[in-house]
Design a protein around this ligand. Structure first.
Ligand code: HEC
Ligand code: HEC
Ligand code: HEC
Ligand code: HEC
Ligand code: HEC
Length: 437
């Protein structure tokens, strides 16, 4: 055979391999299928005694819970502009809906079969029960509470106008794991799947030593009537604050800044150390969406605001997306883990010149990077003006002034607005001191 012949056979074989790899091996989405979310929650009829499944209708009696839910990202998981943009990028594939709008009643098509587990080859049929307005309620009340015409909940003694049933899962992390435990698929080499928060929580400090469940931190305890006119009961606020709320991020991180030497002389080199601690999250920080990351920054400025030096480091996960998903590096912090960031700077020879020199230390949280944000705007119609980064710690230190006194002031403590049975909580607030282990 001629050389040309051999080369063409080789090329054809390679093309066939690439084809088989992309159509049969590597999933088209960035995660694998797990039985919990491979299918929608089956069609739910309206329970006896009620007119509608809609959250607003539950809200006529469960007003406060409705208002809380409405303010949460669960209520926005479909309209969320970041979801819409990424969903468009993934050709609006149906599988995303099984967590973002999980009830069959909320989905335009019924999935009959998923040949060989390939989501893009799913056999679909139009859904006669599809309610587009209900879809926009995203993770609505019924997604967690309604099964087979019965309202499931944490109590065994409710007197309600609708059928109720006690379900022990409401007081476990199991309820959250359905959607917050995304796994990796074939030819995807993640240590933990893309939204695999549950796996980062399981067996770690807050679960093992404190007995916390997801609800302990994400659904604060409250005593109130559960329904208008009902008895006062211990329940939980339906707020689920997370990465979109700077106050929640601040609860997760404790920061400490030190200098060596503590009182450097003019002309001397000083080494600054910023210690970042995951003091208050039951899982890694950041968690969830793999775009999430922190940056730790040191900036030197003179009195006029001119920047003389800058150093920035990132904490997050680095993932190679093509040709296979390979997690290259993950330097996120597990619960109670800490990391030191160093910055060295030679102080000016004179204590006066340049005047007003300061070191700015800053920790920022990013929902995504500037370049991804720009890409989503340019190519996938992201229009929302939602903020996508927050400063969660900021401290200015004088480099030409009294650094030692400035450093001796205490750092703010990480406060956890959560309590769980058996937790050592004082007045509902567990305080974690820096350096706790
Ligand atoms: C007409 C008023 C009314 C409407 C509408 C209503 N509920 Fe209720 N619900 C109640 C009352 C009353 C209770 C019992 C309160 C108690 O015993 O403290 C209750 C109890 C509950 C419980 C606790 C069940 C348990 O035993 O743990 C849940 C969960 C619940 N409702 C969810 C819903 C959802 C979801 C909807 C909408 C699909 C809804 N409710 C609509 C009045 C209502
Ligand atoms: C039906 C699937 C589903 C279930 C069940 C579920 N979640 Fe979520 N959750 C989501 C999705 C999807 C988002 C992302 C919404 C978005 O940002 O668009 C989310 C977001 C969150 C966030 C982040 C909010 C933010 O500000 O970014 C927290 C915290 C959270 N959920 C906690 C919980 C807890 C605790 C439970 C269990 C009680 C739970 N979730 C159960 C699907 C679910
Ligand atoms: C000890 C308290 C605590 C426990 C327990 C806990 N979390 Fe969190 N969680 C936090 C804090 C604080 C944050 C904010 C820090 C962050 O977003 O990185 C957070 C953030 C999140 C986010 C937002 C991620 C993002 O960037 O949008 C999700 C989702 C989440 N938690 C889900 C869960 C789930 C699911 C569980 C149970 C398996 C759980 N959490 C257990 C405290 C906790
Ligand atoms: C992501 C899942 C989820 C969604 C969505 C959800 N709940 Fe709940 N709900 C829970 C959990 C978990 C509890 C148990 C809290 C506890 O331990 O008391 C609960 C408890 C309740 C209770 C009993 C009172 C209490 O605080 O324990 C009522 C009533 C209730 N939910 C109504 C609603 C209504 C109405 C909506 C929609 C507006 C809704 N829930 C949406 C998870 C959910
Ligand atoms: C197994 C459940 C599940 C499936 C399936 C799923 N998601 Fe999510 N998604 C989540 C959870 C849980 C979060 C919240 C994690 C967090 O806050 O970091 C989330 C968060 C997101 C976010 C971040 C939203 C924000 O406000 O920053 C985007 C974007 C997103 N999902 C897009 C998708 C797309 C596109 C698909 C389909 C290709 C998909 N998701 C499929 C569970 C799921």
């Amino acid at each position: 055979m001629t050389r040309l012949g051999i080369a063409s056979i080789g090329l054809a074989a390679l093309a066939a391999l690439v084809y088989v790899y992309y159509t049969e091996i590597k999933p088209v989405v960035i995660f694998g299928l797990r039985s919990d979310y491979a299918h929608a929650i089956p069609f739910q009829p309206v329970p006896a005694g009620l007119d509608s499944l809609r959250a607003e209708s539950c809200g006529t009696c469960h007003r406060e819970i409705y208002e809380e839910w409405k303010s949460s990202m669960h209520a926005q998981a479909y309209d969320d502009p970041f979801f819409q943009a990424y969903w468009k990028k993934d050709n609006n594939i149906w599988v995303c809906l099984n967590c973002h709008t999980p009830l069959e009643n909320q989905q335009p098509t019924l999935i009959k079969e998923i040949p060989r587990g390939r989501v893009e080859k799913a056999v679909q049929e139009p859904n006669p029960h599809y309610d587009p307005a209900y879809q926009r309620e995203a993770i609505t009340c019924a997604a967690c509470h309604v099964r087979d015409g019965v309202i499931l909940g944490p109590f065994d003694d409710s007197a309600a106008p609708h059928p109720t049933k006690f379900d022990p899962n409401f007081r476990t992390a199991q309820l959250c794991s359905r959607c917050h435990n995304v796994v990796s698929g074939p030819a995807q080499f993640y240590n933990v799947g893309p939204c695999g928060t549950y796996a980062e929580y399981e067996g770690r400090y807050f679960m093992k030593e404190k007995g916390f469940i997801c609800q302990s931190c994400h659904m604060p305890e409250v005593e109130r009537p559960v329904a208008t006119g009902g008895p006062i009961r211990p329940g939980r606020r339906h707020v689920w604050r997370g990465g979109h709320d700077p106050e929640m991020i601040k609860q997760a991180v404790a920061v400490q800044v030190q200098a060596d030497p503590q009182a450097p002389k003019p002309g001397e080199q000083a080494r600054f150390t910023l210690t970042l601690i995951n003091a208050g999250a039951g899982h890694k920080i950041p968690t969830g969406d793999p775009d999430r990351h922190f940056t730790v920054e040191f900036l030197v400025q003179d009195g006029t605001g001119r920047e003389l030096a800058r150093q920035s480091e990132t904490m997050g996960r680095w993932i190679l997306w093509q040709p296979a998903i390979v997690e290259l590096y993950d330097n996120r912090l597990l619960p109670l883990a800490s990391r030191e960031y160093h910055f060295t700077y030679r102080l000016p020879k004179s204590a006066e010149e340049p005047a007003g020199l300061i070191l700015k230390t800053r920790v920022r949280y990013h929902i995504l990077t500037d370049s991804q944000h720009e890409m989503l705007e340019r190519k996938y119609g992201l229009t929302g003006k939602d903020p996508y980064e927050f400063t969660v710690y900021e401290r200015d230190l004088p480099l030409t002034g009294d650094l030692k006194t400035a450093l001796s002031r205490p750092e703010p403590e990480a406060r956890l607005a959560c309590a769980a049975p058996g937790a050592e909580a004082a007045g509902g607030q567990a305080t974690i001191r820096k350096g706790a282990s």
